[in-house]
Design a protein around this ligand. Structure first.
Ligand code: CU
Length: 64
C-alpha cells in the first residue's frame, strides 16, 4: 500500500537522505519518494503506517 505522511522537520537534502535511508534500512522493499517543498513523504510498502512513523521519529524527524 501507499502511505503518505507530512514531515515538516525536513529542511534540506540531508534530511531527505536521512529519512529515506532510515526507512529503507528497516524496510528494504519500501519505495520512498520525498518532496522537500511540500514536506511530503510517500512510501510504498507492506509495513504499517505506524511502523513507518516510528522509523521516521527514531531518525530524529517529526511526523505531523
Ligand atoms: Cu536537513
Amino acid at each position: 500500500m501507499t502511505i503518505n505522511l507530512q514531515v515538516p522537520s525536513m529542511v534540506c537534502d540531508g534530511c531527505v537522505t536521512t529519512v529515506t535511508e532510515a526507512i529503507t534500512t528497516h524496510e528494504p522493499e519500501a519505495k520512498v519518494e520525498i518532496n522537500l517543498d511540500t514536506k511530503q513523504v510517500k512510501v510504498e510498502t507492506n509495513a504499517s503506517e505506524e511502523s513507518i512513523k516510528q522509523i521516521i521519529t527514531a531518525a530524529g524527524h517529526t511526523v505531523e
